[in-house]
Design a protein around this ligand. Structure first.
Ligand SMILES: [Zn+2]
Length: 116
């Protein structure tokens, strides 16, 4: 992995980095885009955001937006729900408006995992 010094974009849909999480990727300075599913823990995404804020990854944030996806529409208010990062979350999709308390908790959880 570390020999790929010029790698700019990595698609890691079905890849699992066993022990080190995303750590091997921290050492590829050229890497700017990481395409992945929500198949890593919140902590791994949070640490990626902390260590490599320059890598674009949809899940290296507390949540990602799914604007325009009908099945992500909130039945109560009609806004689109967001998907929180972390395969370890039991439930991931919440409405920022109707589930605002839970959303605030999960955002806080992400930021806590980032710094601890
Ligand atoms: Zn709603």
């Amino acid at each position: 992995m570390e020999n790929l010094k010029k790698l700019k974009r990595l698609t890691a849909f079905d890849v699992f980095f066993e022990e080190d999480g995303f750590q091997p990727l921290y050492r590829i300075p050229s890497l700017k885009v990481l395409d992945t599913k929500n198949s890593f823990t919140t902590k791994e995404f949070a640490k990626l955001a902390l260590n490599r804020p320059d890598i674009k990854c949809a899940y290296a944030h507390p949540y990602r937006e799914w604007e325009g996806f009908e099945y992500m529409k909130c039945k109560k208010c009609g806004n689109f729900k967001v998907e929180f990062s972390g395969v370890d979350l039991k439930r991931k999709n919440f409405c920022l408006q109707c589930d605002s308390k839970k959303c605030a908790e999960l955002i806080e959880r992400f930021n806590h995992l980032k710094l601890n």
